[in-house]
Design a protein around this ligand. Structure first.
Ligand code: GLU
Length: 271
């Protein structure tokens, strides 16, 4: 079986060594390797970061197949996927502010880190009134309804672990769209992984939990579930996780300081 994988960064900053590791981890396994820019959040993404991603990949020698898929050019496709879920009654508007959500999540019986579903049961008339009054809202997935419609829990194969039963309830009623961002990360990822024919999603372990909801979305939208592999995250010499805010570690700065791509990849091989 030929392995089709991808690297799907969000152009919200310059790439750092942790991104390079993630890109390399999927590139080295793939027969076909795709590059995708997850730039749906116009408030955070910038064209100069998008341009630097291709530049960094070229410098590292990680050559991608075909064109670069740029998510912001595909909003109608995500809207169609959302409409499918909406038609099945699985989407509801949530009017909670961040403060409302924080307060509700602090309640004694709230599941940790999960939106407690405050707006799930709002009467239809109240929803319509709020929308008519121009109240801002996000569209959320009714997780319980979605799991019921999807049928028996789906399993996914995670390399290094084996078969895992998807537990989407661990993420609750995730946001699938907002007014300023008409599609969410989860929706776009499952749509694009299917559209790009991805057989193996190889990404950092910080996204392991997201897999549980993405597998549910695949079931609902009739999309295949790829094999998953979640690699460890790189840490800096101080033991802290490499993140975009560690500016000293951006690939362009390393390049400017004379680090070679060969050296970086050799270190990955040796790790
Ligand atoms: N765009 C996501 C990120 O930059 C990665 C998406 C994925 O690999 O599924 O964190």
């Amino acid at each position: 079986m030929s392995i089709v994988s991808r690297f799907a960064p969000s152009p919200t900053g310059y790439l750092h060594l942790g991104h390079a590791y993630s890109a390399w981890a999927s590139w080295r396994r793939a027969d076909v390797w795709r590059l995708r820019l997850e730039d749906i959040d116009a408030t955070r993404c910038r064209p100069e970061y998008a341009a630097s991603i291709a530049e960094d990949m070229q410098w590292l020698g990680l050559d991608w197949d075909g064109g670069i898929r740029v998510q912001s050019a595909h909003f109608p496709e995500y809207a169609a996927a959302l409409a499918q879920l909406e038609a099945r009654g699985l989407i509801y508007p949530c009017f909670c502010s961040r403060a409302d959500i924080t307060r509700a999540m602090a309640a004694p019986h709230a599941a940790e880190g999960v939106y407690p579903g405050t707006c799930r049961h709002l009467p239809a008339a109240e929803r319509a009134d709020k929308i008519a009054a121009g109240a801002p809202y996000a569209l959320r997935l009714d997780n319980v309804g979605a799991s019921a419609q999807a049928g028996p829990a789906r399993r996914f194969f995670e390399e290094g672990t084996g078969w895992v039963t998807a537990r989407p309830e661990r993420l609750g009623d995730v946001v699938l769209a907002r007014r300023e961002t008409p599609a969410s990360y989860h929706l776009c990822v499952v749509h694009d992984d299917a559209t790009q024919g991805i057989t193996h999603v190889i990404r950092g372990e910080d996204l392991r939990e997201a897999t549980h909801i993405q597998v549910l979305l695949q079931a609902l939208l009739g999309l295949p579930t790829p094999v998953y592999a979640h690699h460890r995250l790189l840490h800096g010499p101080d033991g802290r996780r490499l993140a975009k805010r560690d500016h000293s570690m951006t690939l362009r700065e390393m390049r400017a300081a004379g680090t070679t791509a060969a050296r970086i990849l050799q270190n990955f091989e040796a790790a």
